[in-house]
Structure formats: structure tokens, C-alpha cells
Design a protein around this ligand. Structure first.
Ligand code: DAH
Length: 360
């Protein structure tokens, strides 16, 4: 075969390849078949021409019989053909991609409103804990936390509730093993904080507590915030002033606050604190209707408090002649129910988004 014939044969591969490509495209237009199948068909054409056993390779095999002087020209021709075919192949693939994108765009309506991502929010219990802590931070208290699994000593003993003390019956305890309990209140943080610091000290401790208790108004897990202050010459007046300021910050400046004598083993004297009912304004009724929230008393019990018992100071090694202090503890769920007017405690733990969204 003459060199001219050979060169011609090389060059004829290019239009032949183009024909192969357009045959595939026409037989299988972008809309009639998946673009993946089409890309496979295009690749088959490429292999037919450029593959190891393809048509270009077939021609190359004939080079062995050509005049050695002609070989450089033939080699160049082979490269040119290979290059041209590759370029056309890449173009065809790019066209395919573009057709795919165009087809997608045809269904894209830029005027359709976007779908807003659903945003989470803080749980109402968290919101109340943060708000309570913030008020006390402004009053100069620091925020502390401690373990939910406690020893008997921190949870009871050091708080002046020895093993046989009847006050233990006030809290239905969940024991992990002997002497290890799920803390029944956040009061152990008084002990832990006093041991870790030197007076003067003032702290609030928010957290989860656990009791073997479950009915409409009790869940086995709930939240408390403990607070206490130790300094020189602390009196009941400081306790009254601090808690009144706190409760009026939380429930409104017009809120009335009253202290009733009570008993807690870790405070002496002890008091329970009521606020005027925020549902009926302390009147006990709304119009002619009796107020169900305060049961017509006009008052809501909100927390327990008192002057820290010398026995507690003894347990942590503070000199009760030199130091005095007050302490208080409150249930977060109860405050959240009163603050937001939620009638059923269980709603806080049902994770119903329609309920929770109202606080976000
Ligand atoms: N620890 C008490 C409870 O869980 C609440 C309490 C009452 C805490 C009076 C105090 C306090 O610090 O002074 O029932």
C-alpha cells in the first residue's frame, strides 16, 4: 500500500468517528435515554476507534510493512488522528452534560418559594434555668454544677439528714447501690461548693434531680436550682431582699412575696416563699370565676429557703461563729408552669414540637 493511501486511510478515521458519534446521538437522543447509557454508548464508539484493538491500532499494525523513510510521517498522522478523535469525543461528552443540565433547568422554577430549614430552639426548662441563673449572676452569684450520682454523705448526711432522720422520707430516693444515690435535690452543691471554696461565697446550682415519684404533678426526673450565700453577718433580711429581688425580676415588679415558717434539716430557721398568683393577680378569682391555679388563695408556693444550719457548716469545716449564710432551692418545672401558664407537667417531656415551638 502506498504512503498516500495509508495517509488517506488514517484521515478517513476522523469523519468515520464523527459519523459513529452522531449515529449514537440520533438513535438515542438525550431525552429518550438516561444520560449514563448515552455516555456508555459514546465510550463504545471511542473504544471502537482508539481502543487497543480498535481501528487506529489496526492501521498502526500495517506500519511495520511501510518503507522506514515514510514511518515518521505516518506516525505523525496517527497522532493527529488520535488527537482529533479525542477532542471530538470530549466535545460530545460536554454536550451531553450540558443537555442534562438544560433538561434539569427546564423543570426549575426560580419563583417557587424556598423551603426554610426548621430551626431548633431552647427547651422551656432550659430557658427558665438560664433566666433564673442570669438574675442571680447579676446579684453576684456564680454558677456551679456537680454530679447527678451522689454519695449518701453529700446528698443527705452533710445536709444534716443522718440515716435515721425522718426528713429522709420527704424524698423518695433512687439508690444505685448502698450509699450511692441519684441526687434527690441540688442541695449537695452547697456542700461541694463550700468544700471547694473559702467564704465568702455565693453560688447557684441548676441541674437534674431524681425521685421515685411519678404522677400528674411529679416526674422521676426534674430540675432544681439551688442557691446559697455565706459571708460575715448574713441575716434573714439579706435572704428576704435577695429572693424578693429575684422573684420580682422573674414574675414582674408588682409581684408580692411572703415568707411562711417551715422546716428543712439544712436550714434554721426555714421558710417557704409564696408569690402573689400571677394568674389572678393575687385576688383568688378572675371575674366571677375562682382561680384554679392558686385554688382561690391568691398565693403560689414557689421555693424553700432558710439560714444555713450550723450543722451544715460543721460538716464542711466552716466556723459557724464566724460565718453565716442563707440557702434556697426551687423546682424549675413548677416555675416554668407558672411563668408560661402550662397546666400539665408532662408536656415538658413529651417532645411535642407544636408545644415546644411556642417557646422558640
Ligand atoms: N432541697 C430541698 C428540696 O429538694 C429544697 C430546698 C429547701 C433547698 C430549702 C434549700 C432550702 O437550700 O434552704 O426539697
Amino acid at each position: 500500500m502506498s504512503i498516500d493511501d495509508l495517509l488517506q486511510e488514517f484521515d478517513s478515521l476522523i469523519p468515520a468517528f464523527e459519523e459513529g458519534l452522531s449515529a449514537v446521538m440520533q438513535a438515542d437522543g438525550p431525552s429518550s435515554s438516561s444520560s449514563a447509557a448515552l455516555a456508555d454508548a459514546l465510550e463504545a464508539v471511542r473504544v471502537e476507534f482508539l481502543g487497543r484493538k480498535g481501528r487506529l491500532a489496526g492501521l498502526m499494525a500495517k506500519l511495520g510493512t511501510a518503507d522506514p523513510a515514510d514511518r515518521p510521517a505516518l506516525g505523525q498522522a496517527a497522532n493527529r488522528v488520535k488527537e482529533a478523535i479525542s477532542v471530538r469525543f470530549d466535545d460530545a461528552l460536554a454536550a451531553l452534560e450540558k443537555a442534562k443540565a438544560d433538561a434539569l433547568l427546564k423543570h426549575f422554577d426560580p419563583t417557587v418559594p424556598g423551603r426554610a430549614p426548621t430551626l431548633g430552639g431552647l427547651h422551656p426548662i432550659t430557658l427558665v434555668m438560664e433566666e433564673v441563673c442570669q438574675v442571680f449572676q447579676h446579684l453576684g452569684f456564680e454558677i456551679v454544677s456537680g454530679p447527678e450520682v451522689e454519695t449518701d454523705w453529700y446528698n443527705f448526711e452533710a445536709l444534716n439528714m443522718p440515716g435515721d432522720h425522718p426528713a429522709r422520707d420527704m424524698q423518695d430516693t433512687l439508690f444505685i447501690q448502698e450509699n450511692i444515690v441519684l441526687r434527690t435535690h441540688t442541695s449537695p452543691l452547697q456542700i461541694r461548693t463550700m468544700l471547694a471554696r473559702k467564704p465568702p461565697v455565693a453560688a447557684v446550682a441548676p441541674g437534674k434531680v431524681y425521685r421515685r415519684d411519678s404522677d400528674i404533678t411529679h416526674t422521676p426526673m426534674f430540675h432544681q436550682i439551688e442557691g446559697f450565700l455565706v459571708d460575715k453577718h448574713v441575716s434573714m433580711a439579706h435572704l428576704r431582699g435577695s429572693l424578693t429581688a429575684f422573684l420580682q425580676a422573674l414574675f414582674g415588679a408588682g409581684t408580692k412575696v411572703r415568707f411562711r415558717p417551715s422546716f428543712f434539716p439544712f436550714t434554721e430557721p426555714s421558710a417557704e416563699v409564696d408569690i402573689s398568683c400571677n394568674m389572678c393577680g393575687g385576688k383568688g378569682h378572675k371575674g366571677n370565676e375562682p382561680c384554679r391555679v392558686c385554688k382561690t388563695t391568691g398565693w403560689l408556693e414557689i421555693l424553700g429557703c432558710g439560714m444555713i444550719d450550723p450543722e451544715v457548716f460543721r460538716a464542711v469545716g466552716y466556723d459557724s461563729e464566724a460565718w453565716s449564710g442563707f440557702a434556697f432551692g426551687m423546682g424549675v418545672e413548677r416555675i416554668a408552669m407558672l411563668k408560661y401558664g402550662v397546666g400539665d407537667l408532662r408536656m415538658f417531656f413529651e417532645n411535642d414540637a407544636r408545644f415546644l415551638r411556642q417557646f422558640a
